[in-house]
Design a protein around this ligand. Structure first.
Ligand code: ADP
Ligand code: DP6
Ligand code: CO
Length: 351
């Protein structure tokens, strides 16, 4: 009996303007638009292979080598949408094998920590949906496919595109205009680099889905964020990308990470995603920028303690040498870095 297969990889995307809050839980419709940068295909990514055959008796998902439940409503939503689109194709062409009625076997592997605040749900659901769309030979555009990935995990809609991506929140109740769109391809600003500082690879205790629901229902600051902060920031950030204005892009990114984590802290009881090491990294980035009297690095933290740094290629050696030095100086890690410390680093680089 024939088995049909397809594979794909989907990279992680790290939001520079955060999605945090749903106005519709079932459809994953957000309370604000967001912006992200998709990492390169060979960095943090999910590799997903799918197979279908008339002989398969149930849908199955192996995630990182372990059999997982496919019962979740979010996954079922994605599979249902994909099967409906495939059924439409089949009804117009009787030579197509009737895959829409067959079960699926899905094998997926993340090459980075899962559920640790490094956007595994984004790469994971994007890969799952894109792999099945490929298997089914669906003709839909990337933005249409992003709407299906969105139902798996909101942030996943942005990983359907490479480069700089916006998720437009939309206003329709059925989610038909809540989709990802390209702001600019990676080639528009190829000097942009991302570094991940893994503070902890442990699974977070508050998953994003429940964390953001808790914030929506208990934080006052959250209302201020979605109404008075994000709409303007969304436009400014898009422009900073279009203009390749790193200073502005970096400031907006850092401010937005801080604003998102402030709403977590303002939730009641509070949610803590960042830890002491995360906060030291924030401080260090500001000190580096102050030291060089120029913005060379921006930090952002998703729902977890791990830092993502954005910087331009020309500053990579400088920045990495600095970080390396600071991490090596374990004793100094707890303390504030004085101007003298920083000057010492400078003379180190000069030698
Ligand atoms: P993260 O910060 O890593 O995105 P989330 O709490 O948002 O954490 O989501 C983690 C969940 O996403 C996992 O528990 C799992 O259900 C799902 N997930 C992660 N990777 C994959 C994958 N490759 N395929 C399918 N689902 C995945
Ligand atoms: C902090 O997309 O993981 O990373 O839609 O419930 O699956 P669900 O949540 P998820 O939330 C991501 C939150 C974030 C910010 C972002 O990626 O925009
Ligand atoms: Co996630």
């Amino acid at each position: 009996m024939s088995v049909y297969t397809a594979s794909t990889t989907a990279p992680v995307n790290i939001a520079t303007l955060k999605y945090w809050g749903k106005r519709d839980k079932t459809l994953n419709l957000p309370t604000n638009s967001s912006i992200s940068v998709t990492l390169a295909q060979d960095d943090l990514r999910t590799l997903t292979s799918v197979a279908t055959s008339k002989s398969f008796s149930e849908d199955q998902l192996w995630l990182n080598g372990k059999l997982e439940s496919l019962e979740s409503e979010r996954t079922q939503h994605c599979l249902q949408d994909l099967r409906n689109l495939r059924a439409k194709l089949e009804s117009g062409d009787s030579s197509l094998p009737p895959m829409s009625t067959w079960k699926l076997h899905i094998v997926s592997e993340n090459n980075f920590p899962t559920a640790a605040g490094l956007a595994s749900s984004a790469a994971g659901f994007a890969a799952l949906v894109v792999a099945i769309a490929k298997l089914y030979q669906l003709p839909e555009s990337a933005s249409e496919i992003s709407k299906i990935a969105r139902k798996g995990s909101g942030s996943a809609c942005r990983s359907v595109f490479g480069g700089y991506v916006a998720w437009e929140m939309g206003s329709e109740a059925d989610g038909s205009d809540s989709k990802a769109v390209e702001v600019a391809p990676q080639s528009h600003w190829p000097e942009m680099k991302a570094a991940i500082l893994v503070v902890s690879a442990a699974k977070k205790d508050t998953p994003s889905t429940s964390g953001m629901q808790h914030t929506v229902t208990t934080s006052d600051l959250f209302q201020q964020r979605i109404h008075n902060v994000v709409p303007q920031r969304f436009e400014e950030m898009k422009k900073s990308i279009q203009d390749r204005d790193f200073d502005l892009f970096a400031e907006l990114t850092m401010r937005d990470s801080n604003s998102f984590h402030a709403t977590c802290l303002d939730s009641y009881p509070p949610i803590f995603y960042m830890n002491d090491t995360s906060r030291q990294i924030v401080k260090l980035c500001h000190q580096i920028n102050e030291f060089f009297n120029k913005t060379i690095v921006a930090y952002t933290f998703d729902a977890g303690p791990n830092a993502v740094l954005y910087y331009l290629q020309e500053n990579e050696t400088k920045l990495m040498a600095f970080i390396h030095q600071v991490f090596q100086r374990n004793s100094g890690w707890e303390s504030k870095f004085s101007k003298q410390d920083l000057a010492a680093f400078d003379s180190y680089f000069a030698n």
